[in-house]
Design a protein around this ligand. Structure first.
Ligand SMILES: [Zn+2]
Length: 106
């Protein structure tokens, strides 16, 4: 079972206590963007097998949104962090690169 630690209240929450929110760090497109960019923002996701950044909500706890870095194939969690960031924090990137030397943030 997937267990993520909420960065706000510090509780290690099981997957059943959380609500998934999809991919993290999406680049949003609004008025004035091309149809192709807006379509990609709405519908196209890479469906990564490996390191992935996701949005989660601590639904059965504090109710706040946070972000998690994990491996979708092994469920290994590299860390969680607050949602008000536009990129993963350096300590999360370092934790991933320590275990996946060939991985890079693109
Ligand atoms: Zn919480």
């Amino acid at each position: 079972m997937l267990v993520l630690t909420c960065p706000y209240c510090g509780v290690a929450a099981c997957e059943t206590e959380l609500a998934p929110g999809g991919e993290a760090h999406l680049k949003r497109f609004g008025p004035g963007s091309s149809d192709e960019d807006f379509e990609a923002y709405l519908f196209l996701r890479p469906n990564v097998k490996g390191v992935h950044f996701e949005r989660w909500r601590h639904a059965m706890g504090c109710g706040k949104w946070f972000l998690a870095a994990r491996d979708t194939a092994t469920l290994e969690v590299f860390g969680t962090y607050r949602a008000q960031t536009s990129a993963p924090p350096p300590e999360i990137v370092a934790a991933i690169q320590a275990k996946r030397p060939d991985w890079s943030l693109t």
